[in-house]
Write a protein that binds this ligand. Structure first.
Ligand code: GLU
Length: 255
């Protein structure tokens, strides 16, 4: 098998709380798929949300993963060719991606508040952000840094974006109807989840993304980022969410 076709999967926990059985089940799917493919599993700590992430959660996440028998060949503490494996230490890389998207004309600065968007935006599914009404689409600013604005990716209105999920089969969404221009850099000067996860999955050579089904809708946005950056797509596998006996999604465990 050539290097480029070698399976590389990842575990990407956010240390915003303690892991629960839902995370464990999803990570087990990721581990099993990597094992069956004879590939590698890497660990990446997704700690960009400074308001919610805490060092004690990071330590607990690592300890629980080890206790549950997960092993990885690259990651925090272990190191590897794509270090650092901690998102809060990868800002320079995200900035480079922001610059590329900017140069290629895919993104624009926006200063709309959440309230502006709710008032002007189209109706949206529960769990989904409102469709951005496009207020700032024509805006241009001469800046070499993203700081001071939120930055949105301009989606190709009317284009169908699709992929075949390993668990859920064919999925399609229409840009501008099912989802709108999405934030890639937040006003508090942090790259968004969408940008960081795609930047890292590309940089780390991930060939299959295994994660919970709650993130399936993000995949359409992420596919547009891959395309914009001219990167080849990984495959996607969205594992069913574990629910409690009342059918509710599990929340992060309390300390
Ligand atoms: N860090 C994200 C989470 O814990 C997962 C990101 C991903 O797998 O794309 O929800």
């Amino acid at each position: 098998m050539s290097e480029s076709s070698h399976y590389r999967g990842r575990l990407a926990p956010s240390p915003t709380g303690y892991l629960h059985q839902g995370h464990r089940a999803t990570f087990a799917v990721a581990r099993d798929r990597a094992q069956v493919a004879g590939g590698e599993l890497i660990l990446r700590m997704e700690d960009l949300d400074a308001a919610r992430c805490r060092p004690e959660y990071t330590a607990a996440v690592l300890a629980d993963l080890r206790k549950w028998g997960f092993r990885w060949t690259e990651g925090p503490e272990v190191g590897g060719p794509h270090a650092p494996y901690v998102q809060s230490e990868r800002r320079a890389y995200y900035l480079e991606i922001w610059r590329r998207l900017r140069r290629l004309g895919f993104i624009y600065p926006c200063d709309c508040s959440r309230r502006d968007i709710l008032l002007a935006g189209a109706p949206h599914l529960e769990d989904e952000e409102p469709i951005y009404p496009g207020t700032c689409r024509g805006r241009a600013v001469g800046t070499e840094e993203p700081t001071g604005w939120s930055w949105r990716f301009r989606v190709p209105d009317g284009d169908s974006v699709g992929f075949t999920d390993g668990a859920e089969g064919r999925r399609e969404a229409v840009a501008g109807r099912d989802f709108g221009d999405f934030v890639i850099w937040r006003r508090d000067d942090v790259p968004s989840y969408q940008l960081a996860v795609v930047a890292d999955d590309i940089a780390m050579g991930i060939t299959e993304v295994v994660r919970g089904a709650d993130l399936l809708a993000s995949t359409f946005r992420q596919i547009l980022l891959y395309r914009g950056l001219g990167a080849s797509l990984p495959t996607f596998y969205h594992a069913p969410l574990v629910r409690d006996p009342e059918g509710r999604r599990l929340a992060k465990r309390r300390p």
